[in-house]
Design a protein around this ligand. Structure first.
Ligand SMILES: O=C(O)CCC(=O)C(=O)O
Length: 279
């Protein structure tokens, strides 16, 4: 299944993990977004009050499971090797627009952070977006639009086209709790929400551990997570939090053997190094 998924991800530029999260977990995330939004007034609040970054620091007890999802990380390590770091974690809920609002038809096509215009051949991504919607995507709540293969094909768009449906687009009507993992070169767009309700989603954005991060991990909650990961010698967890102890050795390994073999060895070494504190 993983090999099939890898082939499909490299070809299409995304893969879907069906039913990654259950309703109880999603309900807690939706409540947290509601809470953050309800207290987002005053000089200490950011401007857009429905979009919250640095979510791991804000709510580690709720969000760590999303950052460290083993199914996603096992797969992501197959795509780029054990170099997965958290770039940023965002929890948001797009407010509903009126159906006759002129912006209710507007797309927002883009490739993601750290991408580049593709050259016509597959390159491993410098970052990946793990997006999960906390309600079903319907015509009203707005599907995710993707241009399959646009992480390989140098599809370009002028300013007008960036706001319009695209002839090659596919509309993904994901169900609540499904998780889509995209290649940062994939052209994609949300769809405006006209459901009358909030359109909740979160994005766990991973990058390669030699890049800079957008979120910060020096707050008390992330420092506590780092201390916990260090106490159990958990290199995967440390890396997610910006601490890659193997970066120099693995990032300058000589590259004389196929990458996939080396990555599998390093991932296994990380697993074997963990000291189970509760054992
Ligand atoms: O709103 C959406 O469905 C897409 C979100 C998105 O484009 C992104 O996280 O980069």
């Amino acid at each position: 299944m993983t090999d099939e998924r890898l082939t499909q991800y490299r070809r299409d530029g995304y893969t879907v993990f069906k039913g990654a999260y259950d309703e109880t977990t999603m309900q807690a995330w939706r409540r947290e977004q509601d809470r953050l939004q309800s207290v987002s007034t005053g000089p200490y609040a950011q401007k857009t009050s429905f979009w919250f970054g640095n979510m791991l620091e804000r709510a580690p007890h709720l969000m760590w499971q999303a950052v460290a999802n083993p199914q996603v990380l096992d797969f992501a390590e197959q795509v780029v090797g054990p170099f997965i770091q958290l770039d940023n974690l965002t929890l948001a809920a797009f407010p509903a627009k009126a159906k006759d609002d002129p912006t209710a038809q507007q797309c927002g096509w883009h490739r993601d952070r750290w991408a580049h215009m593709p050259s016509g051949q597959y390159d491993r991504p410098l970052s990946m977006n793990a997006i999960c919607y906390l309600q079903d995507l319907t015509v009203e709540s707005g599907p995710l639009r993707v241009i399959t293969g646009s992480h390989i094909t140098p599809v370009t768009m002028d300013e007008k086209q960036r706001g319009e449906p695209h002839p090659d687009e596919e509309l993904l009507y994901l169900e609540a709790g499904d998780l889509v993992l995209t290649h940062n070169g994939l052209l994609h767009s949300g769809t405006p929400n006209t459901s009358g309700k909030k359109r909740y989603f979160f994005s766990v954005y991973y990058n390669i551990s030699w890049l800079k991060c957008t979120d910060t991990f020096d707050g008390p909650n992330c420092r506590q997570l780092i201390a916990w990961a260090r106490s159990r010698n958990d290199h995967r967890a440390l890396r997610l939090l910006g601490q890659d102890d193997h970066l120099q050795a693995r990032g300058n390994s000589g590259f004389q053997e196929p990458d996939e073999g080396r990555w599998a060895q390093w991932s296994a070494a990380d697993r074997n190094a963990i000291t189970e504190l509760d054992a």
